[in-house]
Ligand binder design. Structure first.
Ligand SMILES: Cc1cc2nc3c(=O)[nH]c(=O)nc-3n(C[C@H](O)[C@H](O)[C@H](O)COP(=O)(O)OP(=O)(O)OC[C@H]3O[C@@H](n4cnc5c(N)ncnc54)[C@H](O)[C@@H]3O)c2cc1C
Ligand SMILES: *[C@@H]1O[C@H](CO)[C@@H](O)[C@H](O)[C@H]1NC(C)=O
Ligand SMILES: CC(=O)N[C@H]1CO[C@H](CO)[C@@H](O)[C@@H]1O
Length: 480
């Protein structure tokens, strides 16, 4: 049995599980500076907000859209063994050292140092340090009062705090139009229906998810978010924020002024690469994160997975991905390789976002609205919602790494189709293809669920297609 040491959370938990599956006697230590056992973050901006249990901030249990209850923790405390007993436990196990930060790595000596000066030796080490939420410089510079009324949302405590704050104020403003900002806006918007909370969301793009969705779909989504009770301020660049008369005043570059009580800044993530220097690891200058090869290895005995890994995708080139399934899949792969499997990273991870229980999408590959796209849409029925999807699949969160399927073969062809827009004004459900050099590099399944294996196969094959409408037929969107 080998001793593996891992820093931290989603990716590290997945690695621990795969290490133990391949080496049943392995001793795995997870070190995290958070006070909690490993948990999943996606419900923090989704299901937990829609719970009708008043004690949800304590239980952290949530009803999935399918009605079944589950906890955000991957495993109950009884799954783990005590860190002190890890070395003596006959069959090894997984232990978690909470509330401890790794501050130094000695790669030659195979050991790490914690913030309390403890040294821990390892045989192999996985770095899965995730990242820290970015803030806007204008907020950082605005002083203590503004900072104290600003939430950067990532952890359990942030959920607890925002839940509490939002019950005691009149107006909250979310800055950021990406998936985190949009999900939180919808969650708070829903709450505003029962109280007199005003929910504002502002972002520089024209519509919600504008960096991901083509403009027509981003505009359509924005209308949906407005229906959830959110006041949208688009094309908004924040110039300054000041605390005045118990309020925060947000001044935009075009002169608009917004008064609010609390800000949630959801403006991206800075990958945590604090250990780069002591560990002698390379940080990618374009994408950020530790540079690793297709096997997720950074140096001998050191692997990196999850949000902090800038890896070589053998299909799509160098990338860094900030998503739950990627953390699970890359953690699992690193774990396999740490136990000697030597597999390159090729499994394209997917991600999903739900804007309330009725609109959801799943995405794979490179989905960037600056790429040319082709969308094919059909009319949605009541069956085409995230809620119906989890009811049907019976799984928890819509994580594909928990339900893997097999794919059918797409039709191959040789010339590309020009980008087209499907059904006018009816984007109930559909498929959006993202193209680079005429090849599909990304796909969004819009209110189309459980068909990700087909999308994965199309990206893996990397062929040019003459008619993407034909390819779209593989997803059977007109069927039910
Ligand atoms: C609110 C929210 C909702 C999300 N929803 C979705 C979604 O719907 N779909 C999706 O695909 N993705 C979603 N994500 C993204 C997803 O949660 C992340 O991609 C995933 O958590 C990354 O896992 P990770 O293990 O790489 O990093 P993390 O989960 O960030 O874990 C890293 C851990 O390392 C700790 N750490 C860092 N440095 C040190 C150190 N030196 N010593 C000790 N500990 C350290 C950190 O404190 C943290 O606990 C969401 C994220 C958030 C915040
Ligand atoms: C999207 O909405 C903006 C206004 O917010 C408008 O200027 C633009 O033309 C719309 N784009 C499409 C493709 O409908
Ligand atoms: C390419 C690569 O880094 N593969 C490694 C995966 O893990 C095994 C076992 O540690 C190594 O021998 C391989 O070199």
């Amino acid at each position: 049995a080998t001793a593996e040491r891992c820093c931290t959370r989603t990716a590290s938990f997945a690695a621990a599980r795969s290490i133990r599956a391949r080496d049943p006697g392995a001793r795995v230590l997870i070190v995290t500076d958070e006070p909690d056992l490993p948990y999943m973050r996606p419900p923090l901006s989704k299901e937990l907000w829609f719970s009708d249990d008043p004690s949800v901030t304590e239980t952290l249990r949530f009803k999935q859209w399918n009605g079944k209850e589950r906890s955000i923790y991957f495993q109950p405390p009884s799954f783990y063994i005590n860190p002190e007993e890890l070395n003596s436990a006959e069959n090894g196990g997984v232990a978690v050292l909470t509330g401890k930060k790794v501050v130094h790595m000695d790669v030659r000596g195979n050991k790490v140092k914690l913030d309390d000066d403890t040294e821990i030796a390892y045989d192999k080490c996985l770095i899965a340090t995730g990242g820290v939420p970015r803030n806007l410089q204008v907020i950082e510079r605005a002083g203590e009062e503004v900072m104290s009324k600003t939430t950067l949302f990532r952890k359990i405590e942030d959920f607890k705090l925002l839940d509490k704050v939002s019950r005691n104020i009149k107006s909250v403003t979310i800055i950021g139009g990406g998936f985190l900002g949009s999900e939180l806006a919808c969650a708070l918007g829903r709450r505003s229906a029962e109280s007199d909370l005003e929910v504002i969301q502002m972002f520089p793009e024209k519509g919600n998810m504008g960096k991901v969705l083509p403009e027509y779909l981003s505009n359509w989504t924005t209308e949906k978010v407005k229906k959830e009770g959110v006041k949208i301020i688009s094309e908004a660049l924040v110039k300054s924020v000041v605390a005045k008369d118990d309020k925060l005043e947000i001044l935009l570059k075009d002169g608009r002024l917004v008064k609010t009580d609390h800000i949630v800044a959801a403006v991206g993530l800075e990958p945590n690469v604090d250990l780069a220097k002591s560990a002698g690891l390379e940080v990618d200058s374009d994408f950020g994160g530790y540079r690793v090869n297709a096997e997720l290895q950074a140096r001998s005995n050191i692997w990196v997975a999850g949000d902090a890994a800038c890896f070589y995708d053998i299909r799509l080139g160098r990338r860094r991905v900030e998503h739950h399934d990627h953390a699970v899949v890359s953690g699992r792969l690193a774990g396999e390789n740490m136990t000697g499997a030597s597999k390159p990273y090729w499994h394209q991870s997917m991600f999903w976002s739900d804007l309330g229980p009725d609109v959801g999408y799943e995405a794979i590959g490179i989905v960037d609205s600056s790429l040319p796209t082709v969308g094919v849409f059909a009319k949605a029925t009541a069956k085409d919602t995230p809620k119906a999807a989890t009811e049907k699949s019976g799984t928890g969160i819509r994580s594909e790494s928990e339900t893997e399927d097999t794919a059918v073969s797409p039709v191959a062809s040789s010339t590309p189709a020009p980008p087209t827009v499907g059904h006018k004004d009816d984007y109930g459900k559909g498929v959006i293809f993202y193209l680079r050099d005429k090849v599909v590099v990304g796909i969004i399944l819009w209110n189309v669920f459980n068909r990700m294996p087909i999308a994965r196969k199309i990206i893996k094959d990397g062929e040019e297609h003459a008619d993407l409408n034909e390819v779209a037929k593989l997803f059977n969107i007109h069927e039910d």
